[in-house]
Ligand binder design. Structure first.
Ligand code: B12
Ligand code: SF4
Length: 552
């Protein structure tokens, strides 16, 4: 069968996050003999319908899958938010997913559409109704997708496909039983070269464990992984890292996409860190992952330092009252102890906090801010926080809200399956808490606006080059603005020279130099000239600097 897998994630800050889950599914389906293509309709077109039309013209499938990674950003105080309601300013992505499905239904009404992904699995029934897809698959999607494809190919009813939701013509939804234990045997896989740009400019995802057994009040992780947990064999993870090292020379950073790298017990990750060092992989890569402030010992921190780990620390609050009330599996003393050890061993760490959880008062906020001020004194530590906890379906926080008496703490909209942004925030609204914290900390945490034309342009040129469409990417480079040239030049230059396409490397270098000489009125890119001239002298020594004025 011809299967189109659509990555509906148009949200990116720097470069897009590589569609890891879809690539796993694509690999599995290809192994079963299907013809599979992953595409991103938003990449070349701002308009979803236009983008879908181009995608379907290039590849008309028998079945389409759509990956819904994020429902929203889960952040209520986004300076550049697009979904504003009293007390919140956030982003909501499901309207875009619904537009994508509507475009497929208009352009190719006979193609069944299957939704899946982490965001989808948070509230599958309500999302299926909202986006009007035909099927939905929750949790780990590869095997269920393959079984569904098989049924549709054979013209059979997919009644026995586990983890499947079926939306009938009248919009009624039936849900099949959940699959048994999670199977991580699909790893390691090769990554689709087409997305080289995403994992060489961002990070390459690798999974060492699946699921999380904790139950923090606001967190969807136990739901999307269906309370299942599994760890891969350490040797397989090491083999996968070695494969990445060999096959993707441009990749320098690995992101372990585990829910929390050191949970529930540290033994597995401690042994993995030792094996990374034994295999010399710490000299090849730097690493990042999310961690809990539990079980961090001197030995553990030492290994994190030696492997060059960047720790993203889940530490929602410094107040034990708030941590306890929200079933967070650590306390203030553990946060402080972990930070002290990171400081001693030189481990880089971003602290991730949520203000406004149940139990939060101005007193607990002040207490946390005092802890943050202490941490901020270290150049190793970075602060990232959000105010207001997103209320997601079926979480303990959702159950608390459903019990009543929380009306004064809710901001946003209560909707079927809690799919529209709704935040719990105590003692005041997310935007007010945020303003208070900014005043106390004397700094603003901003995320630059994603989804701009510029970022899409950069990513599309990069992804073209990554999949070997060198001429196309070179044309894209030469016809674009200075800011995009600046952002993508290094990646393109490396891609072309790696594949000995030196004439194209020369072409973009000359193009960039002339653009700087002719159009860089403010001198913003002047610092680039010596390096570009040097590159030219290496690429075309015999032609010298003809056609380009002296850059000294
Ligand atoms: C690692 C991670 C990150 C890393 C990614 C690093 C990297 N280079 O890949 C970073 C830190 C960058 C990140 C950022 C964000 N993240 Co994040 N992230 C995760 C995490 C922990 C793992 C994701 C992952 O790679 N999983 C492994 C892959 C193999 O699984 P998968 O992609 O989900 O695919 C499987 C299934 O979902 C399914 N599937 C997927 N697509 C499809 C399609 C079809 C048709 C089918 C049938 C099945 C299917 O099958 C796949 C194979 O099993 C998840 C939690 C989780 N358990 O998923 C959160 C999670 C996805 N992130 C989340 C959020 C909110 C974000 C941010 C928006 C945060 C922010 N405010 O900026 C950003 C968005 C970034 C972006 N542009 O998309 C939320 C999404 C929930 C929601 N609100 O909708 C999650 C669920 C975390 C949470 N507990 O709330 N994230
Ligand atoms: S420990 Fe982390 S992943 Fe697990 S439930 Fe809590 S916040 Fe979610």
């Amino acid at each position: 069968m011809k299967i189109l897998l659509i990555y509906a994630n148009s949200y990116f800050l720097e470069s897009p996050v590589y569609p890891f889950g879809l690539d796993l599914i694509a690999g599995f389906l290809r192994d079963q003999g299907h013809e599979v293509k992953i595409d991103m309709p938003f990449l070349y077109h701002g308009d979803t319908a236009e983008g879908m039309a181009a995608v379907l013209e290039a590849f008309l499938p028998d079945i389409a899958g759509i990956s819904i990674r994020n429902i929203d950003t889960a952040m209520a105080c986004e300076t550049f938010g697009t979904w504003r309601q009293y007390g919140i300013n956030t982003r909501f992505f499901l309207p875009h997913a619904a537009e994508t499905v509507a475009a497929i239904k208009t352009l190719a009404p006979e193609v069944p559409v299957v939704a899946g992904g982490a965001g989808f699995s948070v509230s599958p029934g309500a999302i299926l109704t909202y986006i009007k897809a035909d099927y939905g698959i929750t949790g780990d999607g590869a095997r269920a997708m393959e079984r569904l494809v098989h049924c549709l190919e054979q013209g059979k009813e997919p009644e026995t496909v586990e983890n499947l939701l079926i939306r009938d013509k009248d919009g009624r939804i039936r849900e099949n039983p959940t699959a048994g234990a999670i199977d991580l045997a699909l790893h390691p896989i090769e990554r689709e070269k087409r997305f080289d740009y995403t994992f060489t400019t961002g990070a390459m995802p690798v999974q060492s464990r699946y699921g999380c057994p904790m139950g923090c009040s606001y967190c969807v992780e136990p739901l999307i992984t269906k309370q299942q947990e599994a760890a891969r064999k350490k040797e397989e993870v090491i083999q996968e890292l070695q494969m990445i090292s060999r096959q993707y020379p441009g990749v320098s950073e690995i992101f372990f996409v585990d829910a929390e790298f050191n949970a529930p017990t540290p033994d597995f990750s401690l042994a993995l860190l030792k094996d990374i060092i034994k295999a010399g992989l710490h000299r090849r890569f730097t690493f990042s992952s999310q961690f809990l402030p539990v079980n961090i010992t001197g030995e553990y921190a030492g290994l994190l330092a030696e492997t060059g780990f960047h720790v993203i620390l889940t530490c929602d609050s410094f107040s034990d009252t708030v941590l306890k009330k929200n079933s967070c599996p650590y306390r203030e003393s553990q946060i402080k102890q972990s930070l002290a050890l990171f400081q001693d061993h030189g481990v880089r760490c971003s602290l991730n906090l949520i203000f406004g959880l149940p139990g939060e008062t101005f007193e607990t906020i002040d207490h946390t801010i005092a802890g943050l001020k202490e941490a901020a004194a270290s150049p190793l530590f970075k602060l990232e926080y959000t105010a207001g906890a997103r209320v997601y379906n079926r979480t303990p926080l959702c159950r608390l809200v459903e019990k009543g008496n929380s009306e004064n703490f809710l901001y946003g909209e209560t909707s079927d399956g809690y799919i529209k942004p709704l935040f719990f925030s105590s003692p005041v609204s997310p935007l007010e808490i945020n303003q208070y914290i900014e005043g106390q900390l004397g700094r603003v945490i901003d995320f630059k606006p994603p989804e701009t034309k510029k970022q899409r342009r950069i990513a599309s040129i990069g992804i073209d080059a990554g999949q070997g469409l060198h001429e196309k990417s070179c044309e894209g480079f030469c016809s674009t603005g200075m800011d995009v040239k600046e952002a993508i030049f290094d990646y393109l230059f490396r891609k072309y020279t790696e594949s000995r396409d030196n004439s194209l490397a020369e072409k973009i270098t000359r193009n960039f130099l002339s653009a700087i000489e002719e159009g860089d009125m403010d001198g913003l890119y002047a610092h680039r000239r010596p390096m570009l001239s040097y590159f030219l002298s290496l690429l075309a020594p015999e032609r010298g600097r003809s056609g380009v004025t002296d850059t000294r």
